[in-house]
Design a protein around this ligand. Sequence first.
Ligand code: SF4
Length: 377
Amino acid sequence: MSESGGLYVHLPFCPYICPYCDFAKWPVRASAAATYLRALDAEIGAAPEFAAKTVFLGGGTPNTYPSETIGILVERLRARFATPEGAEITIELNPDPALCEGFAAYRRAQITRLSIGVQSFVASELKTLGRGHSPDDVGVVIRRARDAGFENISLDLIFAAPGQTIESWGRTLDAALALDLPHISTYGLTIEAGTPYAAWQAREPAAFSAQELEADLYARAIDRLTSAGYEQYEISNFARPGFRSAHNANYWANGAYVGLGVGAASYLGGVRATHTRDLSAYCAAALDGAAIPGESEQLAGLARAGEAAMLALRTAEGVELAPFAERYGIDFVSYYASPIGEMSEAGMLETSPTHVRLTRRGRFLANSVCAAFLSPT
Ligand code: SF4
């Protein structure tokens, strides 16, 4: 029987390249974008049998492609991967009004959810982040989306951007809340090796937020969004009731997923595989019908359990002990007694008879708490 789970499709072209970005992405060129679409189509045809309960078109900037092209792609995906009617189908969008004129075509293709890369509502911060849109563009794009019938809309925001203050972050949060959307994601800026931001940080470390400021900005986001009625259902994600992202929930539940496109990752049958990030190599292999170059790793029982624990701890529910024992054959509390004891003592984990989850304090240091479960001592 084929597996089921989330389907991710990577569309890697962008109208411009942001200096902090470490995704697999390239400046858009018509010929490369057309070749890539043919390669993707070939990979879709050759992909393993899989039932996609959710679909996510990410990037890159998927809306560098015309909306009709996206519609044809989504219809092909839905047919090929047996996606049920009404399934969550998300597209990531850059809020440049010139790239956001085709919401009706998205609706016809049964796209249900929009995830808009806003990052900030402060013009100077957008400039520093290398973004090409203005704060006002976001309102224009959201009005168009609503006029076309979209309700399930999420915004991505970045905190700890250079020059950001508690006050300017408060303005961004207020502007996001004023739009009255059902979902908001907030990500702390991470400096990735090899990006222009990494070189800038090496030259001028003082331009970047200190850890204390970053923690204060995160605290402000949690307080502001939860008091406005959003539930923090994952360390970076806030939703109104009924609007959690089903696609991301599958990742955090350590569910199966298939990734198509350059640099995309899959997790099937306990094997984690990642496609090459070399665009030419990806296109050549896909168009030849050859195996896409990349890396893969079989996760053995305990490694799978560690990965599952790490992912589950990111969520509001944390690790649910009974299902965890059933799925991985491990008594979570005794197997991980050492990290649980250490992190609970430090006030970062709380346990109940049925769950182990991060405390509020633990959410601020989630990466190190979660990492302790990957290789317990
Ligand atoms: S942040 Fe988004 S828009 Fe900017 S380069 Fe990366 S993928 Fe493209």
